[in-house]
Design a protein around this ligand. Structure first.
Ligand SMILES: Cc1cc2nc3c(=O)[nH]c(=O)nc-3n(C[C@H](O)[C@H](O)[C@H](O)COP(=O)(O)O)c2cc1C
Length: 213
């Protein structure tokens, strides 16, 4: 009888674990390729904003490399590819794609599904955003770090986001991808769609995809 109980507890734990993992819908990203690419000076020479996108999706290894370049963990102590004021690490990167909205989790290097809906069109007021393979949405989580004064919040969350966005620009230059960073966003509409909390603030967005041929 006791053995039966133990088995049922283990079974329940296993099933619950599986159910919650399934409900969470995680995409484990392949290990990023952290070597190679275009020489830095050449990438700087090629960096530019482009607003024309082909509809093809980015293959998972390219998405993995892009997100690692943007905001991945690059040292054993958990520091990232971009700096952040007081090492607040307050910026979250959301990825809006045709099959839904995902949150990039740098420590696990994985994507957590946040919405099963294509919200690309809501990520900006420019017409081209709905046709980009993906739109990154940068969101500052104001509960993280120690950013209290309004001026510090405005300045540092903007500055911190800009470092990620430039990493993405350089990665895209190296990979031959089209990219543009964007401030023109209906933030209230997008925050509502993304179901953000009041202490989460959208800073910028960035469209990425293959160039239109
Ligand atoms: C903070 C910021 C906000 C921007 N917002 C938009 C935008 O909403 N829509 C857009 O098409 N481009 C936007 N851009 C891209 C600029 O228009 C672009 O960087 C500028 O024209 C210079 O072109 P380049 O990036 O090719 O050098 C933004 C750039 C920055 C830095």
């Amino acid at each position: 009888m006791r053995r039966l109980c133990l088995v049922s507890v283990m079974l329940a734990f296993f099933i619950t674990g599986v159910v919650s993992a399934a409900a969470q819908e995680i995409i484990k990203l392949p290990t990023p390729k952290t070597e190679g690419g275009m020489p830095l000076m050449q990438a700087l020479k090629e960096r530019k904003s482009s607003r024309e996108f082909a509809p093809e999706k980015l293959p998972l290894p390219v998405l993995s490399n892009l997100l690692w370049a943007a905001w991945g963990v690059n040292r054993p102590d958990g520091h990232r590819t971009a700096p952040s004021a007081r090492n607040s690490q307050e910026i979250d990167v959301y990825v809006a794609m045709s099959d839904g909205l995902y949150l990039y989790q740098p420590k696990q290097h994985q994507l957590l599904k946040a919405l099963a809906e294509d919200i690309r069109a809501v990520t900006g007021t420019n017409d081209y955003v709905k046709g980009a393979a993906l739109n990154l949405v940068y969101v500052a989580d104001l509960t993280r770090g120690n950013l209290k004064e309004p001026a510090a919040i405005e300045f540092y969350t903007g500055a911190d986001t800009a470092f990620l966005a430039q990493n993405v620009y350089l990665f895209c230059a190296s990979e031959g991808l089209s990219v543009v960073v964007r401030g023109s966003i209906d933030r209230a509409a997008l925050a509502g769609k993304m179901k953000l909390r009041p202490d989460q603030k959208i800073t910028l967005a960035q469209s990425v995809g293959y160039p239109k041929k």
